[in-house]
Structure formats: C-alpha cells, structure tokens
Design a protein around this ligand. Structure first.
Ligand SMILES: NC(=O)c1ccc[n+]([C@@H]2O[C@H](COP(=O)([O-])OP(=O)(O)OC[C@H]3O[C@@H](n4cnc5c(N)ncnc54)[C@H](OP(=O)(O)O)[C@@H]3O)[C@@H](O)[C@H]2O)c1
Length: 307
C-alpha cells in the first residue's frame, strides 16, 4: 500500500483509523492491542485520536493498550487533537463548551493527551477547530514550545478554512502538514469553500473525516433525497464491480485531484478494509459527476456554475 507523505519526518497509511467511537467497540486494552496488530498487519498504522473522544477515555484506553505492549508505539503513527473545551464532570460524554486556543490551554491540552496516552511525543497534533478569539501569536508560541520540548513532531489543523490557515501561518514558521475536514458525498463544503484548491496549492494532503457520511446513507429510514443518492451509488457500484456501497463513497473522494486520506469511524475491521479496497477502484469522470449532481447542496452548485 502506497503511504502518504505529510512531511520529511512523517508518512501515514492511505487510510487512517479513527477512534471517536472507540468506547463502543467493546474492546478492553488487551483486545485493543490485538486489533491494533491486525491493522498493522494490513498496513494500517495510523490512528486518529482527540482529547475529547469519550471525554478523554479513548486516549486513556489507547494508552493502556500501549502500556501492555511497549513495542507497539514505534510501529504506529499517533494523531491527536486539542482545543475543544468540554465539561467532563458535568457532562460525561463529548459536549462542546467552547474552543480555546490560548497558549496555556493548548499546552495543557497537549500535555494531558500525552499523559493519558503514556507517550513522550505525538507524531501529529491537530488544532481541532478554529476559534474567533484565537490570537495567532499565542498559538505560535504554544506550538513552538511543544516542538522545542519534543512533544509534538508535526502539526496540522482541523476544520480550518483556507483564510484561517493563512492567518496562523503568517505568525509561525511551523508547517501545517494537513487539514482534517469533513468530506463525503453528504458533505461537499470542501468543493465550495476553497479547501481543495488551498490544499492543492500547498501540495498538502487532506484528511477526510466522516468519509462514510457518518453511516447516514446506511439507515433504513432514508429521506427521499438520500434514497435517490443511494440509487445512483448502487448503479455505480455495479458498474465499478465494487462489493459494497461504502467502497463507492471512498472512491468518490479518491477521484479528487488532491490527496485524500479518509479517517474511518467504523468499529468493524471489514468496513475499514472497504476504504482500502476502494483505492483500486477507478471512478470515471461521468460517474463522479453523477454522484455530485444527485447529492450536491445548492451552495456547491453555485460555485461551479450549476454544472
Ligand atoms: N476533526 C474532526 O473535527 C472530526 C470530527 C468527527 C470525526 N473525526 C474523526 O473521523 C473519524 C470518522 O468519523 P465518523 O465516525 O463520522 O466516520 P464515518 O466512517 O463516516 O462513520 C462511521 C459510522 O458509520 C457507520 N457505518 C460505516 N459504514 C457502514 C456501513 N457499511 N453500514 C452501516 N453503518 C456504517 C459506522 O457504524 P459501525 O461502527 O457499526 O460500522 C459508524 O457509526 C472519527 O473516528 C474521528 O477519528 C474528526
């Protein structure tokens, strides 16, 4: 499997395993060690975490797995994120209170992630969300301190618009190696907000979260619009000779000119593997446009002159 280069010091698997729902996978630390090894055997060495997932419990469980199997850490790439503030004691599950990109908060958030994971450094740390109150001078100071302390090897962003990337960049020489954004057949904002063009200009791979539309197209009670989308996806699945609809969802993202690394959310290995299988599918321009036409929201149509 061809790996994706993010920087001189970091390459990642072409599909990243997301852990937002790790606490629902029914694994204890030992089971997680086994699952991680299964993924490693498949070339899937990249794991996406965040301090807020499971209100810190996901990082904690991942850390317990790493502790059980000390050799594991060096065989994988660990990504985490910080800056979303949540009120853990009051609300035990993930609830967004606000975003905080002040220097103190960022340093504390990153240090806490490292503590929960029981590791010395993260391969990649993402600023989880942009914030209207973020002071780029403070952000730069925090990131530079974390880099100097060796706690973060590479930095990236998440949910940042191109102008927000550029604003931060003006204050630091630290390169942002990726932007993790929502990209799927049901979330096409990246086509309208300049994210794809910005990534192309920077020669920066994008990480696509919720690439299988958060499971929304697999429900039984589909809306009329979603049903129409699924019908088109099903026709294209047959044309491509793909086994499942999810493969078509991933192939639609891989057809883009920008390098896209999907971050899967499923707890099932067989479903993660569909993102890998889809790397070999060759979606035609016509098939890609058929999906765009059936699923695009109005703001995406406008950007491309109602194609
Ligand atoms: N940066 C950010 O702001 C941000 C935001 C959200 C998520 N993320 C990252 O992205 C990852 C993925 O996000 P996501 O969970 O929304 O991604 P997703 O892969 O689009 O959705 C996963 C959900 O879809 C269901 N699903 C997938 N394939 C299915 C199928 N064939 N049939 C039925 N259900 C199916 C899964 O259920 P099963 O588990 O039962 O398969 C799961 O509930 C997260 O784990 C996290 O690491 C990042």
């Amino acid at each position: 499997m061809k790996r994706v280069r993010l920087s001189d010091t970091l390459t990642i698997a072409p599909v990243a395993v997301g852990t937002m729902n790790l606490m629902t996978w029914g694994l204890d630390a030992k089971g997680l060690v086994e699952r991680i090894y299964e993924y490693i055997d498949l070339g899937l060495t990249t794991f996406d975490l965040a301090d807020i997932y499971g209100s810190g419990e996901c990082e904690k469980l991942f850390g317990e797995a790493l502790k059980l199997e000390p050799g594991l850490r060096d065989q994988i790439e660990i990504i985490s994120k910080g800056c979303i503030v949540y009120d853990q004691p009051r609300r035990p599950w993930f609830v967004t209170e606000s975003y905080n990109l002040s220097k103190d908060y960022l340093l504390t958030a990153c240090n806490r992630s490292l503590e929960r994971l029981g590791i010395d450094s993260l391969d990649l740390w993402l600023l989880h969300r942009p914030c209207p109150l973020m002071d780029p001078v403070e952000v730069a100071e925090a990131l530079e301190q974390l880099r100097a302390e060796g706690k973060v090897k590479n930095f990236g962003l998440s949910n940042f618009l191109p102008e927000q990337v550029a604003a931060l960049e003006a204050y630091t020489d630290i390169p942002f190696v990726t932007n993790q954004i929502q990209m799927s057949v049901k979330c096409m904002d990246f086509l309208a907000d300049g994210s794809q063009e910005d990534a192309l200009r920077r020669k920066m791979p994008l990480m696509a979260y919720s690439p299988a539309c958060g499971g929304k197209l697999f429900r039984k009670d589909l809306s009329k619009d979603d049903l129409a989308t699924v019908q088109v996806l099903e026709e294209i699945r047959q044309e491509l000779g793909a086994e499942t609809l999810d493969e078509v969802l991933y192939a639609w993202l891989y057809r883009l000119p920008v390098t896209v690394v999907p971050v899967t959310g499923t707890g099932r290995k067989d479903r993660v593997l569909r993102a890998v299988k889809a790397l070999d599918l060759k979606m035609s321009r016509e098939q890609w446009y058929d999906i765009l036409r059936i699923a695009r929201p109005p703001h995406v149509s406008k950007k491309y002159h109602d194609i």
